[in-house]
Every structure is written in structure tokens, then in C-alpha cells.
Design a protein around this ligand. Structure first.
Ligand code: ADP
Ligand code: MG
Length: 868
């Protein structure tokens, strides 16, 4: 006989079929249960016990569960791990159910749609994006932060790379694609953005969303936005009234920094780890509100290229610097402004409680004061900001009248609405209060009547109100009037008809008032909903103001200067600093540097010993450009900057010595990216390119790259190199100039001055760095000897960038050099076979193909062999 699953399991399987890629939390009484595969996986992920149950068939069904009241923690946990969770509730009262209780999925929670809890941080947006792919030629990208209602959409005209960079810039946690989207592309999205992929077929028009889709006038915009909305509606199954009209943006309205360069420069994420410390965002974030923090991140992710817009921001920062005391007051006021955007989101979403209303009221009450502070700055731009701040007085009034000062979290247990707000509610409350005082009076009355001084009137949930008398006194009670209800060890509890009558009145009044309070709360929530667009508008302005005060605070305390932006070729930084390194090490220690570039100096070739500060210098210029273009002051005493359209970097992974082939490949890919996309208005940083391959290859490539940028692109370029020979190039390349980071020798030791000067570095200081690293003194001496000999040998040659010929000749010279004592008259007796092998290895070394540090590495390993 074929066995069938029980009806409930059949119901489960039917629902589960629609939510294959999610954990199905199946409500069963007070628990959410998971079955089958879900149960096995969830029990591992959540470390809960796996059990099993009979499901009607021979095999028992794996099962695990969590209590519904503590489910949110488990759900958050799964979401954070990148899973989706479908919440399936009982949608009818089990008492009235015929057969299996009806159940339905009421919400699909996903990494991109989670509204609260650990998964989303206050100062970060939680974005979900949808893409529309038009034959790989153009893409529509729409994205939403469900918690704030912000909606943006754009069209990208170009390759997949552009799409990947855009999604990474957005930082989408989840990307919704058409079910037949190219799998290869989706895999790349997953890897690059660490995003979860979801699917949504439909992208046709829905009337209810027309108002927020109105302006979208191309197929790409429409399709991506529609796909996103369909997905949200399908998964959230509730009001999405807080979604704002889609704002169309163009990705060429911003300075472009590709994904790798962003990471290299540590703009918002550090190169390693997750700690924000050490990033530009960390440096600039002095915001007082979560909303300001989120907007700041958006600004930093998308520096501007419109001179007007940048200058408007700079002007405001300047005003906020000048108005020092107002700024301090402002910071205090902002601290009392809660997250209006997310409050609005919760109101629309239906999960706001009365405490949210109190926060909302308190926040709005700060607005008039903020407004008058801003107005006091007396400028056209600050006036505009002040005008746009809407204190929503009607709403503040309403909340002030309606909501109690310290309401409970629960919205279903009363205690939310103030007295005098609603007549009927007041009546119930009177009844309840009168009843209670009647009962209090009863105690006195009964004591007098019975003469029992210890008589008490009490209340418990099971028996309601009762009269308690100690056992010894029971005999004093009048016969027939008191009905015994409960016997305790030393006392008896009684009720009387009057007591029960009053009790009924009180309980009824309490029950009615709690019901009514809930209705009033819902009504209030609907009224607040009407204000959502106004709240969102005010939230936006508050966020902006918060950023200006943050920029002003950082700029003032760190002595930054207002940059002058222009469209010609000049780049002047006097006393420029790397803002983050300076903050970490302290301004006392940090050595400021100038940077002067113009039409004749489009490219700087930077030489200098390891650890002298080449990389720091290059990065500081890129960071300064980013800071200027987001509208912040910059770390210098004077700054004139062109407006850059893009920044490209190739920065070695923390100066790794043993760079394998794969690193070299990455290096070349990044170089290619820069060379294909850079324009005359871009900024390129190439830090020790060509390091990952042999000397000849590396140097040849480096030279070819420099020539290409010089002749074909003309972008502002900073190029650091350990190939000394390249410094000769300034004779051939008009726009190329040599600078070096200086170091001096003092008593045989190398002292870094971190000072950038004109001209090439005259010496490679690798050995001195080794000395600083405390390699054995004998080894250092030997290295110096060898270097001396090599230099002598080389000195006879004219250094030249036509590498091959020169290197060949010097190799011959060094090999025939008599002074290489290693090779002169080996004494057979003292040299055993092992040593001979080492000697042979030394003989075979081509020292000219190594940089000093590589030579040291070899020397180190040779020494180890000898000691063994
Ligand atoms: P390079 O790229 O030349 O090897 P780095 O730029 O990595 O050198 O700098 C090495 C170290 O020197 C940095 O970690 C930093 O602590 C310090 N440094 C760099 N520039 C400066 C400066 N201008 N003032 C003070 N210290 C600096
Ligand atoms: Mg470096």
C-alpha cells in the first residue's frame, strides 16, 4: 500500500515548492517548525536540536523548530549568513478550522529586504538592486533601501564591467535578475559584490506604482524598476507606501573610481579586514545622525564632477566653519534627531510602535531650533536649506496630544494613548478607575464590618478579585455572605456577589479600552503615514546639514584648506598630507609635501628607497582629489586642483616581495583598465608597476606604459618605480618629470626624511633597509661589498634605458671581475661538496636581474644553507 503524507505535511510541501531557495518557517502553534532538508541545514546553521516526526509515510521527517516569540534572533542569524527566510503563518483561528489550519507565507525576508536587527547597521544603507539586461549592450539598474524608501535608477551604456562596478558602488546586498539572465554574469556579480541573487520574471506595469515610476522614460529604466517593485511586492506582501519616486541618475555625473582602486585607496572599506578604521569614511565621519552617516557614505562613493555643485558644498562647509558656536549647538540638536527615514519606513511597513512615535515627535521638535540656527548663517544657500526643513507642526501636535510619554513596546496591551484624547476611551478608563477605588474602599468597609484587621482584598489572574482572611479569623465572617474560592496554608479566600459585579465592570472596561487603544493606534499610524513624503524631505535636508557640520568639524580640527577647482592643467598642493596617515601618526610626525603639476609636468616619475614614502605620497594626491570633489576641504595649506573624471590606481598588494605570476596578471589587467578608459582629465597612480616579473620584462613594460600614457592619453599620472634606469626617460618625454623621496645616511644608517624633491633619487637604499630590519651585521657588510663591486663595474657603463644591451655587457663584466673573491682559487680541502653547490648557485645568479631586496632574500637563503 502506498503511504501518503499527512494533510499538514502535504500543505507544507505545497507551500515549500514556491519557496525553494528560502528556509520555510512553518507556524505550528507557538513554534516555527522546519522540515526535511531545511531542518537538517537549519539545525546546523543555528545549532539547534534536530528531531523528527511522523509524517504519514514510513520514513520519519527531519524536523527542528524555534519558539515564535524568540524567532527574530534566529531569522537575523540566517539572513546575515546570506540566506532567505519565508515566514508562513496560520491565517485562520485553529478553533474554527475544518481540517488543516490555513497557512500562508506572509513575508519573505532576504538580505536585501531586511528591515531591522543585526543585519542592518544604522549608518549604512541596505540596498537591493534589480537589473535589466539589454543584450549585454545596455543595462538598467534600479535600487531601493526598503528601510528608508529611497529609490534610484540608471542606465549603463557599456560593458559588463561597468555594471559590476556600479553594483559594487551601490553595495547591493541582493540583486534581482530575470530568471534567464546569463549565469556567468550572475556569478561575477555574486563574487564582486558578495550579493545574493534572486529572480523575478515579471517587469510589466502595475498601476499602484505608477506615481513613483512616472519619470522613467526608457525601457531600461522601466524594466529594472518594475522588476524591483514586483519582487518587493511579491516578497513583502504589505504596504510599500513609503517608497519614494525613482530618482534617475547618470553614472557619468560622478567621478568614477573602479572597484579595485576604491579598495586600494581605502575609501570606504579597508584593504584588509572589516574595521572601518583607517578609511576615508572613518576620517570624515563626524556626523551626529544615522541618516547623515548614510548620506556621507553615498557622497564619498560618488564624488561630483560638476564644478557648481562642488562649489556649493564647499561654500556651505565654509559657512559652517565660520559659525563655530552655531555648529556646536547644531551638533547637540542633531543628536536628538532620530532616524526619520527609517521611522517613516516602519510606519509604512506597519511595524512602527508607540515608542517610534515618541521618537518621531522628539525629533520633529528639534526642527524649529535647527532651522533658526541655519537661518542665522544668513546666506542664500543656508536659507534654501532652512526653507526646506519642515517641522510638520500638525503632526507634532497630534502626537503630543495622543501618545503617552513612556509607552510600552507592545501595541496591543494598552498604555499608549493619553487621557483626554478620545472620549470613549476616557469613559472606559473612568469606569475602571472608579471600580478600582470602590474595591480599595471595600477593604476598609469589610474590616470594620467583620472586625478582622488583617482582612485583605487582592487580585489574581485565575480567581479575579477576592477577600483574604486568615484561618483563625474565618469564624468571624457572617454566614452565607462569603463564598469560599481558594484555601491556602494559613488563609482562605472568598468572594461576594458585589465584588464579582464590580470586577466584571472593571475587567470589561479594561478589555474595551485596550481594544480601543489598539484601534486608535492604528488610526494614528495611518495619520502619520500621510506625512511620510514630508518627513522624507526633511530627513534629506537634515542629513545634508549633518554632513556639512561634519566636514566643517574635520576640516577645522585638522587644518584643511578650501580647494580651488578649475578646468585647466594645474595641480598645486602646498604642504599636502595623507589625511588618514596624518591622523593616525599625529601631525607632529607627519612630513607635509608639495605637489606641483601643470601642462609641462603631467607625469611624475617617483623614485626613492623602500619605505621612504612613495606610495603614501601618491595616495595622498588621489585622496585629496576625492575629498575636494565630494565638497570637503583638503589636507594642504594651499590647493588648486583640476576636476578629475576618473581615478585609476595600480598599487601593489602591500609591497609583497615574492609576487607570483597571478599578481602580475592582476597588475597587467589593472593597467589595461586604466589605459583603455583614462582620458586627459583622469588621474592615474601606478605604484611600482612591473614588479611582479623579471627585470627586463618589468622595466620594458613600465617604460612602454609610461610612453603610452604620455603620448596617447595625457592624463595626470604619478608613477613610482624601483627601476632606476627609467629616470632617464625625462630626457625623451616632454611632460615627464622626475621627483624622488629623499633619505639620508647618517653614521651608516638610513634616515627617512619623507620629503619629496625634484630630480631622480641617486641611490637604491635596499641594503640599509635590510640593516634597519636587523639582518646580521656580517651579512650586511658582505652585501655592501658586493654592491660596491657591482657599482664599480656598472660605473664604467653609461646607464641607459635601452636595457638589454647594457645589462648584457655588465653581466659579462661582473663575471670576469677578479675582485669577486668567491671565485678566486677555491681551496679544495676546506670546501666540501655542500659548499661547492652553494658556490655554484652564487655563480649562476644574475645579480643585475634582481633588485636589492631580492638579492638579500637569496643571500639569506644561501646563508641558511651554509649554516645547515
Ligand atoms: P614606499 O612606498 O616608498 O615604500 P610608503 O609610502 O609605504 O613607502 O611609506 C612607508 C612608511 O613611511 C609609511 O608607513 C609611513 O608610516 C611613513 N611615511 C610615509 N610618508 C610619510 C610622511 N610624509 N611623513 C611621515 N611619515 C611618512
Ligand atoms: Mg610603496
Amino acid at each position: 500500500m502506498v503511504q501518503q503524507h499527512t494533510p499538514m505535511i502535504q500543505q507544507y510541501l505545497k507551500i515549500k515548492a514556491e519557496y525553494q531557495d528560502a528556509f520555510l518557517f512553518f507556524r505550528l502553534g507557538d513554534f516555527y517548525e522546519l522540515f526535511f532538508e531545511d531542518a537538517v541545514k537549519a539545525s546546523q546553521e543555528l545549532e539547534i536540536t534536530l528531531t523528527s516526526r511522523d509524517g504519514g509515510t514510513r520514513e520519519r521527517i527531519p524536523m527542528c523548530g524555534v519558539p515564535h516569540h524568540s524567532a527574530s534572533g534566529y531569522i537575523e542569524n540566517l539572513i546575515q549568513k546570506g540566506y532567505k527566510v519565508a515566514i508562513c503563518e496560520q491565517t485562520e483561528d485553529p478553533k474554527h478550522a475544518k481540517g488543516v489550519v490555513k497557512r500562508e507565507v506572509v513575508q519573505l525576508i532576504t538580505p536585501g529586504t531586511v528591515m531591522d536587527g543585526k543585519g542592518i547597521s544604522a549608518k549604512e544603507n541596505n540596498y537591493i538592486a534589480a537589473i535589466a539586461n539589454f543584450s549585454g549592450q545596455t543595462f538598467g539598474v534600479a535600487y531601493t533601501d526598503l528601510s528608508t524608501g529611497e529609490n534610484r535608477v540608471t542606465v549603463l551604456d557599456g560593458s559588463e564591467d561597468l555594471l559590476l562596478d556600479e553594483l559594487a558602488t551601490i553595495g547591493a546586498k541582493e540583486v534581482v535578475a530575470c530568471p534567464n539572465e546569463d549565469e556567468d554574469l550572475l556569478r561575477k556579480i555574486k563574487e564582486r559584490c558578495q550579493a545574493v541573487i534572486s529572480y523575478e520574471e515579471s517587469s510589466h506595469t502595475q498601476d499602484e506604482f505608477q506615481p513613483i515610476l512616472q519619470k522613467l522614460n526608457t525601457a531600461e529604466l522601466q524594466e529594472s524598476a518594475q522588476r524591483l517593485l514586483h519582487y518587493l511586492k511579491k516578497t513583502q506582501k504589505r504596504s510599500l507606501d513609503h517608497l519614494q519616486p525613482f530618482a534617475i541618475y547618470e553614472n557619468n555625473q560622478h567621478m568614477k573610481i573602479d572597484f579595485y582602486s576604491k579598495r586600494n585607496l581605502e575609501i570606504t572599506e579597508p584593504i584588509r579586514g572589516k574595521d572601518k578604521k583607517g578609511t576615508l569614511l572613518w576620517l570624515l565621519d563626524e556626523t551626529s545622525t544615522a541618516m547623515g552617516g548614510r548620506l556621507l557614505r553615498q557622497w564619498i562613493d560618488r564624488p561630483l564632477i560638476s564644478k557648481n555643485m562642488i562649489e556649493k558644498r564647499l561654500l556651505l562647509v565654509e559657512l559652517f566653519i565660520e559659525h563655530y558656536f552655531e555648529r556646536l549647538d547644531l551638533q547637540e540638536l542633531l543628536k536628538s534627531v532620530y532616524d526619520l527615514e527609517r521611522l517613516a519606513g516602519r510606519v509604512a511597513f506597519g511595524n512602527a510602535n508607540a515608542r517610534d512615535f515618541i521618537q518621531l515627535k522628539k525629533s520633529l521638535m528639534q526642527i524649529p531650533a535647527i532651522r533658526s540656527l541655519i537661518e542665522g548663517m544668513e546666506n542664500e544657500e543656508t536659507d534654501k536649506l532652512a526653507q526646506a526643513l519642515d517641522p510638520c507642526e500638525e503632526l507634532t501636535d497630534l502626537l503630543e496630544r495622543a501618545v503617552a510619554e513612556n509607552p510600552p513596546i507592545s501595541v496591543k496591551e494598552g498604555g499608549i494613548i493619553k487621557d483626554d484624547y478620545h472620549t470613549e476611551l476616557d469613559q472606559y478608563r473612568d469606569a475602571s478607575r472608579n471600580g478600582k477605588s470602590w474595591i480599595a474602599a471595600l477593604e476598609k468597609e469589610e474590616r470594620e464590618k467583620t472586625g478582622i484587621r488583617s482582612l485583605k482584598v487582592g487580585y489574581n489572574r485565575v480567581f479575579g478579585y477576592y477577600i483574604e482572611v486568615t484561618r483563625a479569623n474565618v469564624k468571624l465572617l457572617e454566614e452565607g455572605r462569603y463564598e469560599r474560592k481558594q484555601t491556602l496554608t494559613n488563609a482562605e479566600r472568598f468572594i461576594t456577589p458585589e465584588l464579582k459585579e464590580k470586577e466584571a465592570l472593571i475587567l470589561q472596561a479594561d478589555e474595551r479600552s485596550i481594544e480601543l487603544e489598539y484601534d486608535l493606534f492604528l488610526d494614528l499610524r495611518n495619520q502619520v503615514k500621510e506625512f511620510i513624503p514630508r518627513l522624507q524631505q526633511t530627513a534629506k535636508i537634515i542629513s545634508e546639514i549633518d554632513i556639512y557640520q561634519s566636514f566643517a568639524t574635520v576640516s577645522e580640527t585638522r587644518y584643511y584648506v578650501k580647494p580651488e577647482l578649475h578646468f585647466n592643467r594645474e595641480l598645486t598642493l602646498e604642504n599636502g598630507r595623507h589625511p588618514v596617515v596624518e591622523k593616525v601618526m599625529g601631525s607632529q610626525e607627519y612630513v607635509p609635501n608639495d605637489c606641483m603639476m601643470d601642462e609641462e609636468k603631467e607625469m611624475l616619475l617617483i623614485t626613492g628607497p623602500n619605505m621612504s614614502g612613495k606610495s603614501t605620497y601618491m595616495r595622498q594626491i588621489a585622496l585629496t582629489a576625492v575629498m575636494a570633489q565630494i565638497g570637503c576641504f583638503v589636507p594642504a595649506s594651499k590647493a588648486k586642483l583640476p576636476i578629475f573624471d576618473q581615478i585609476f590606481t595600480r598599487i601593489g598588494a602591500a609591497d609583497d616581495l615574492i609576487s607570483g605570476q597571478s599578481t602580475f596578471m592582476v597588475e597587467m589587467l589593472e593597467a589595461k583598465n586604466a589605459i583603455t578608459h583614462a582620458t586627459k582629465n583622469s588621474l592615474i597612480l601606478f605604484d611600482e608597476i612591473g614588479r611582479g616579473t623579471s627585470t627586463y620584462d618589468g622595466m620594458a613594460l613600465a617604460q612602454a606604459i609610461i610612453e603610452h600614457i604620455h603620448d596617447q592619453i595625457g592624463a595626470k599620472t604619478l608613477f613610482s618605480t624601483h627601476y632606476h634606469e627609467l629616470t632617464e626617460l625625462d630626457k625623451q618625454l616632454f611632460h615627464l618629470n622626475n621627483v624622488h623621496v629623499s633619505a639620508v645616511e647618517q653614521q651608516g644608517k638610513l634616515v627617512f626624511l619623507h620629503k619629496v624633491k625634484d630630480g631622480p633619487a641617486d641611490k637604491s637604499y635596499g641594503i640599509h633597509v635590510a640593516e634597519l630590519a636587523d639582518l646580521p651585521q656580517s651579512l650586511i657588510q658582505r652585501a655592501e661589498e658586493i654592491l660596491g663591486e657591482l657599482e664599480q663595474a656598472n660605473g664604467k657603463q653609461k646607464p641607459s634605458v635601452s636595457v638589454k644591451a647594457a645589462a648584457k655587457e655588465s653581466a659579462v663584466i661582473s663575471r670576469s671581475n677578479e675582485q669577486l673573491a668567491f671565485f678566486s682559487e677555491p681551496k679544495e680541502s676546506a670546501v666540501d661538496k655542500h659548499e661547492k653547490k652553494v658556490l655554484k648557485e652564487i655563480e649562476d645568479l644574475n645579480l643585475l636581474e634582481m633588485n636589492p631586496l631580492q638579492a638579500l632574500n637569496v643571500l639569506f637563503s644561501l646563508q641558511k644553507k651554509l649554516r645547515n
